[in-house]
Design a protein around this ligand. Structure first.
Ligand SMILES: Cc1ncc(COP(=O)(O)OP(=O)(O)O)c(N)n1
Ligand code: 3NM
Ligand code: MG
Length: 231
């Protein structure tokens, strides 16, 4: 099973913005390399402006970096992931949202072994998930926890209490539960206490002056915090 505890959503726009502003001088594959060396074990490529060809080229570059040390997931791009997996490139799967390709269709295209993440932030999303065959969805991304500048159409912030309630409602569905949105250093213990299996971050790593140090701190904080009593 993939380890989503500290999950880097490597975003092309946020990384380029940080580089243009002189926050750091790294490309997206370099950010991923630093994060993986610091202990991140799951990475998603989020390239909202990329064509399929650009996503494929970037995914090949990032896959050469992750190379089995971290799971690699593509945002939205089911067809690209299918193509790369067929070509033997180590891409583990895809994350889709509620208005992307349906999870049933994505699973049919990806096959049973791939990772399939799905955004879920409303009770009806969990109801729909309950109706799907077990194993269709591997993980849900639940957000936003805090307001975020990274996603213009992000759902309303739930806060940590809302996160806890939503994760409890998703218990027993056989999916990993990943918190996302406005998270960063200082949050791992609260995310774990709320019952999440992982926390996904964009800015906390991609827009940090040192992505390596930011990732190492999240890794250390996650590892030092206690799991949810329910396991
Ligand atoms: C881990 C994780 N959770 C949620 C999302 C959001 O996906 P989506 O709702 O499809 O929005 P976009 O990222 O595509 O704008 C995610 N990417 N990853
Ligand atoms: C990609 C994404 N999805 C969200 C959701 O709530 O589904 S919030 C989000 C952006 C998270 O970026 P940051 O860590 O910089 O706040
Ligand atoms: Mg999407």
């Amino acid at each position: 099973m993939n380890d989503p505890s500290v999950y880097l959503v490597a975003d092309t726009r946020i990384t380029a913005q940080a580089r243009e502003r002189g926050v750091h001088a790294l490309t997206l594959p370099e950010v991923v390399a630093e994060a993986v060396e610091a202990g991140v074990r799951m990475v998603q490529i989020r390239a909202k402006d990329a064509t399929a060809e650009e996503m494929e080229a970037l995914a090949r570059e990032v896959a050469a970096v992750t190379d089995g040390r971290a799971a690699l997931v593509l945002n939205d791009a089911v067809d690209v992931a299918v193509r790369l997996r067929a070509a033997g490139v180590p891409v583990d799967g895809v994350h889709v949202g509620q208005s992307d390709r349906s999870p049933a269709e994505a699973r049919a295209l990806l096959g049973p072994a791939a990772h399939l993440g799905l955004s879920a932030n409303q009770p009806e999303h969990l109801e729909a998930l309950r109706r799907l065959p077990r194993g269709t969805v591997s993980a849900i991304g639940v957000g936003t926890v805090r307001a975020t500048q990274t996603k213009a159409d992000a759902p309303a912030p739930k806060g940590f209490d809302g996160l806890r309630d939503f994760l409890a409602a998703a218990e027993g569905l056989g999916v990993q539960r990943i918190a996302i949105g406005g998270l960063g250093p200082g949050d791992p213990s609260r995310v774990r206490e709320a019952g999440a299996d992982g926390m996904a971050v964009v800015s906390a790593i991609c827009a940090a002056p040192s992505p390596r140090e930011a990732a190492a701190l999240l890794r250390a904080e996650w590892d030092a915090s206690a799991p949810h009593p329910a396991g």
